[in-house]
Design a protein around this ligand. Structure first.
Ligand SMILES: CC(C)(COP(=O)(O)OP(=O)(O)OC[C@H]1O[C@@H](n2cnc3c(N)ncnc32)[C@H](O)[C@@H]1OP(=O)(O)O)[C@@H](O)C(=O)NCCC(=O)NCCS
Length: 167
């Protein structure tokens, strides 16, 4: 499998929208529209981080959207271009979001994931998330339950996952 090119991860810009929409439509049964992303750019508590090819900054390879509220980070959307999956980018995007949250004094990360989405659940579990409950019929269109997951970003976790990074 080809290595990923050098990547930069930074806040979303409006010119990222076409690349984001391509990934969004290829990634979710119920994709967000452009207006969702534009609204998130305006919300004070919201962050959208985008991974771009460092050599071709217009080439969006993935993104993550989350809110920072009190001492929590709530992760709403993470997706990687289908051609770039299984090469560590999903993990990098999550760690970048969690690092941003730790800098903002957040200590708990929360998210919801489709019960059938084993790829995402494995990614979250490997980073230390644990399931805390199930919401039945959470995803209306497909009548699928959501698994609630939580991560305590305590000192041992930060040492394990973030210590080697300069932050
Ligand atoms: C979930 C998603 C973001 C993962 O991105 P990725 O860049 O492929 O993930 P990574 O390469 O960082 O994978 C990290 C770990 O997650 C797990 N994982 C990721 N994809 C997997 C798959 N298809 N099957 C099984 N495990 C998987 C593995 O444990 C993997 O580690 P490994 O490769 O060392 O075994 C990507 O599959 C995606 O965009 N899916 C569609 C959108 C989506 O479902 N988002 C989550 C909504 S809650």
């Amino acid at each position: 499998m080809k290595d990923l090119p050098p990547i930069q991860i930074s806040p979303m810009r409006k010119e990222d929208l076409p690349g984001i929409m391509e990934i969004e439509r290829a990634s979710h049964l119920d994709p967000w529209g452009e207006a969702f992303f534009l609204e998130e750019m305006e919300r004070p508590q919201s962050r959208v981080l985008v991974a771009r090819n460092d050599a071709k900054p217009r080439q969006v390879m993935g993104y993550i959207c989350f809110w920072l509220v009190a001492d929590e980070i709530q992760i709403f959307n993470v997706a990687v271009h289908p051609a770039c999956r299984r090469r560590g980018l999903g993990r990098r995007l999550l760690l970048e979001a969690l690092k941003t949250a730790c800098r903002a004094q957040a200590r708990t990360a929360l998210l919801e994931v489709r019960k059938s989405n084993q790829a995402a659940q494995r990614l979250y579990i490997r980073l230390g998330f644990r399931p805390t409950g199930v919401r039945p019929d959470y995803y209306q269109g497909v009548r699928e339950p959501a698994v609630l997951m939580e991560l305590e970003m305590d000192r041992p976790w930060r040492t394990r996952w973030l210590a080697e990074e300069r932050w």
